[in-house]
Design a protein around this ligand. Sequence first.
Ligand SMILES: *Cc1c(COP(=O)(O)O)cnc(C)c1O
Length: 365
Amino acid sequence: MSPDRARLTIDLDALAHNRAVLADVARGAEVAAVVKADGYGLGAGPIARRLHAEGTRSFFVARLAEGEAVRAALGDRDATVYVLDGLLPGGADRLAAARLTPVIATVPQAAAALARATAANAAGGRYQVALQVDSGMNRQGLSLAEARALTGAPGGLRALDVGLVMSHLGSATDPAEPRNLEQLARFREIRALFPDARASLAASAGAFLGHDYAYDMVRAGICLLGGGPQELPHPRLKAVATLTAPILDIRHLSPGDRVGYGSGFTAPRPMRVAIVGAGYTDGVIRAGMGKGYAWAAGARRALLTVNMDLLTIDLGPGQAGVGDAVELLGPNVALDDVASAAGTVAHEVLTRISTRAERVYLSGV
Ligand SMILES: *Cc1c(COP(=O)(O)O)cnc(C)c1O
């Protein structure tokens, strides 16, 4: 391990713990794992393998190439890997080769799936798909009217082997939002069109909205990784990702001394600051400067500046020296706090951590 690099430690026991919490919250619904974007930047392979060992059998990715990577990482383990982008032109053979299940999301995709299904049936096989129907997010999925028309038409969706019908909530992080109930009502209609399919509406946040939202499967991403369902730290979830970087120098500032570029930070009083070997290149979001905190010498320390390769924290009287690790994200620096300080969401905080931070896995399989 290099002493000078930022380090991203991924605690797979914490991941297993969070999975158990979600299984408890979802009360009987399957907890599928969303490992798109390389497992939110933490490594889809190690995450998928550990979750499989914990009992996870359904995985979701966004892109086809992500699905191929997850299938390769899982080897011959039995699992369904769903691709949310669905069946895009030119993708069918690659999906089949990697045994990936497309989540059909548009009318042209449904037509392409029917063509594949007809060919598969003629050869005595099956072509299983999942189907996404929009329940009010207006982003991905067939409209309810399209789904109705297609199921009504002869040779339409009824001829498809739909194993899973799903939709996605747009406001689940706010339980008081009326849109949640509107989407739930819309999903009941969607679900009724496919009585034989399994059904899934909730992602992480939705899983915490109550049992009505759980259906047969919740699709969990951020809560598996320790992000709270309401964009606040949740007492039952543990940090999976810990980002640390070494102190490179400790400096004393006089009142009026400025740190870094422009007027990034001006010392209001005599201060002791630590210069830390990480910056926005590593994924520490620059917008968090002046608002966020780090953890050093056993206490929270204000994050004063974030530049490309270096950041500074207010060390105060903290007993720390050159080479000591500063925690920038982890058990003492909550993911949701980092996100809100930077004006973003936990998903973006994790996916921004770059490959310059060296990955270390705890308790893999
Ligand atoms: C990303 C995604 C999820 C997982 O969302 P989290 O908030 O990370 O739990 C679930 N379903 C769909 C359709 C998604 O795009």
